[in-house]
Design a binder for this molecule. Structure first.
Ligand code: TYD
Length: 339
């Protein structure tokens, strides 16, 4: 099989490609990735020289590039997206372009080239905040951040291609991923790498926001399963193995790393901050999915990975783009700490 993965230099995409190539000998992977700030060739440096893998640098919103990348592919796993909520609050435009228009361009090419499966990788954030209970796939979408709205829009475009054109589209909605190769702007890698440098972790608001933590390798396993056994036209929630609030997350990582309490700074909350996400994953379980990693084990592995792989994240954090973003996002907050 020849598989097109979009966004394969990103966090989820690179973990997915590594997982698939390690499991399937006969597989060929074409990775279409624009190498934005969060796409990093170092994420797949271990595949250099593997003849089964090819990276095409390009934008998913550019029809010519997409047509070329998809040529001869049997299936598509669409991971490419702008993903960071805080950045979408600062500037939503690239989120709309990449996440919505990019998805439409890919779907049009998939129709023309008659691929047998198109897995659209989405997020639990499309459901919005769920005060109680768990979101099911047929629930209403009530996205709150510009990021979540752009993903909800692309989910609906993907669904419309299944209904209108009979495209073999499957949508997955995953909860918060964590693990190796996550760009250090997201909560967990930011926390771990800041603490390795003796810097504070800025905790938004009261820290009682609940997230359902999914180890990225389990996510890759779920995508593999859905690609193989999922039903076209269906949506599958992909939840994690542990739901907890940010205060608990901070305490667990602090315990693992032996960090003093004063390296947690309560700062002004994120505007529109969703209070709680929780997924009902019975559909995915009915396909046979079980997590392979307990949360505590995966968290320990993750902390050890960032500790051992400082040559991976230090250059990212030193870069001018990261520094400028960090200042814009956190300087006003850290100056006005909430006590
Ligand atoms: P994040 O990794 O940005 O994922 P998402 O917002 O998509 O869930 O954040 C996870 C949680 O951590 C979320 O509730 C926001 C919170 N958070 C902080 O408290 N401080 C931070 O600096 C960041 C980036 C996130």
């Amino acid at each position: 099989m020849r598989l097109l993965v979009t966004g394969g230099l990103g966090f989820i995409g690179s973990n997915f490609i590594r997982h698939m190539l390690s499991k399937r000998r006969g597989l060929r992977v074409v990775n279409l990735d624009a190498r934005t700030y969060a796409g990093n060739p170092a994420n797949l440096a271990d595949l250099a020289g593997d003849p089964r893998y090819r990276w095409i640098r390009g934008d998913i919103a550019d029809p010519r590039t997409v047509e070329r990348a998809m040529a001869g592919c049997d299936a598509v796993v669409h991971c490419a997206a702008e993903t960071h909520v805080d950045r979408s609050i600062l500037d939503a435009s690239v989120f709309l372009r990449t996440n919505v228009i990019g998805t439409q361009v890919l779907l049009d090419a998939a129709l023309r080239q008659r691929v047998s499966r198109f897995v659209h990788v989405s997020t639990d954030e499309v459901y919005g905040s769920v005060p109680r209970g768990r979101s099911r796939e047929e629930d209403r979408l009530k996205p709150n951040s510009p990021y979540a709205a752009s993903k909800a829009a692309s989910d609906l475009v993907a669904r419309s291609y299944a209904v209108t054109h009979g495209a073999p589209v499957i949508v997955t909605r995953a909860s918060n991923n964590f693990g190796p190769y996550q760009y250090p702007e997201k909560a967990l890698p930011l926390m771990i790498t800041n603490w390795l440098d003796g810097l504070p972790f800025p905790l938004y608001g009261d820290g009682l926001q609940v997230r359902d933590w999914l180890y990225v390798v389990d996510h890759a396993r779920a995508l593999e399963l859905v690609l193989e056994k999922g039903k076209p036209g269906e949506i599958y929630n992909v939840g994690g193995s542990h739901g907890c609030d940010n205060l608990e997350l901070v305490e667990r990582v602090r315990g693992l790393m032996g960090i003093p309490k004063d390296l947690v700074r309560r700062v002004a909350d994120r505007p529109g901050h969703d209070r709680r996400y929780a997924l009902d994953c019975s559909k995915l379980r009915a396909l046979g999915f079980r997590h392979a990693y307990a949360f505590s084990e995966a968290l320990e592995k993750t902390v050890s990975w960032y500790r051992a792989r400082q040559q991976w994240w230090r250059p990212l954090k030193k870069g001018g783009g990261y520094q400028a973003y960090y200042r814009k996002q956190y300087s006003p907050r850290l100056k006005a700490e909430v006590r």
